[in-house]
Design a protein around this ligand. Structure first.
Ligand SMILES: CC(C)(COP(=O)(O)OP(=O)(O)OC[C@H]1O[C@@H](n2cnc3c(N)ncnc32)[C@H](O)[C@@H]1O)[C@@H](O)C(=O)NCCC(=O)NCCS
Ligand SMILES: Nc1ncnc2c1ncn2[C@@H]1O[C@H](COP(=O)(O)OP(=O)(O)OP(=O)(O)O)[C@@H](O)[C@H]1O
Length: 212
């Protein structure tokens, strides 16, 4: 099993961009948001349509229609999450099994709701991505279809950034450009590889492998 690095951060903080940097460095990444979007064209269609009739368009769950039904309705969102999260976990498990088969030492699980959905126990360490609030707001409101109301609804379901940073093992700041974030990821991976090599060496010594 690879070392599971959980990647989290509030909306617009730079999770996807940082996940892309891990990929550039050759680390496999599983993206929970992307898994949700993919399962809306696959195994998620039937159960989600059954719970929210009328949200399927041309065989796929339409996220704008579904969003309108759940984003300002707590009970509806909880119901949706109870359908979707187990399906995401199944995709994640398949990804980890494949990474293990490939002998990957480290794998990243990009989980936006890592702390909120009880996923902390599924990873070995947590990376939180952050940026100043003003940068986050400007990034999010620049997106097509985004409104102040939708932004507020999503934020209200997410643990505050300060709390995510406090609970994380590593913090990546995306407010200073791509090169800065790349350097932070490189340093994180170098430190982690050293830590894993040391742990591996200690394990071998404990088993007496190195004493032969
Ligand atoms: C409500 C839906 C249809 C809106 O789709 P849309 O394409 O507009 O948004 P998208 O999926 O790209 O999400 C936008 C941002 O909101 C965050 N977000 C999505 N769902 C949730 C949620 N239940 N609670 C908090 N944040 C959420 C995402 O992580 C992302 O940062 C969609 O987000 C969804 O199906 N959410 C439920 C599944 C879920 O919990 N996903 C979160 C990761 S597993
Ligand atoms: N290190 C960085 N330097 C400069 N711009 C960045 C950096 N990281 C992210 N951005 C910019 O911020 C915006 C949001 O980034 P991204 O899509 O990665 O956020 P996210 O946290 O994945 O968002 P969401 O939670 O909504 O999926 C993008 O326009 C991206 O180009």
């Amino acid at each position: 099993m690879p070392f599971r690095l959980g990647l989290t951060g509030s909306i617009g903080m730079g999770k996807s961009t940082t996940a892309g940097i891990f990929r550039e460095f050759g680390v496999p990444v599983h993206d929970a948001d992307a898994a949700v979007h993919a399962l809306y064209g696959a195994e998620g269609v039937a159960p989600v349509e059954a719970a929210f009739p009328g949200v399927t368009v041309a065989g796929r769950i339409d996220r704008a229609l579904l969003g309108a039904r759940v984003l300002d309705d707590d009970a509806a969102m909880k119901r949706l999450e109870s359908i979707v999260h187990p399906l995401v976990r199944a995709r994640e498990a398949a990804f980890l099994a494949q990474a293990a088969a490939m002998g990957e030492p480290v794998a990243v699980l990009d989980i936006p709701l890592l702390f909120e959905s009880g996923a902390r126990g599924r990873v070995d360490a947590v990376v939180a991505v952050t940026a100043p609030e003003s940068v986050q707001r400007a990034r999010v409101l620049a997106r097509p279809g985004m409104t102040e109301e939708k932004f507020a609804a999503i934020l209200s379901r997410q643990l505050p950034d300060s709390e995510k940073r406090r609970r994380a093992d590593y913090v990546i700041d995306t407010g200073h450009g791509l090169d800065h974030a790349r350097a932070e990821v490189a340093a994180l991976l170098a430190g982690l590889r050293e830590r894993l090599a040391r742990a591996d060496g200690a394990g071998k010594n404990a088993q007496g492998d190195d004493d032969a």
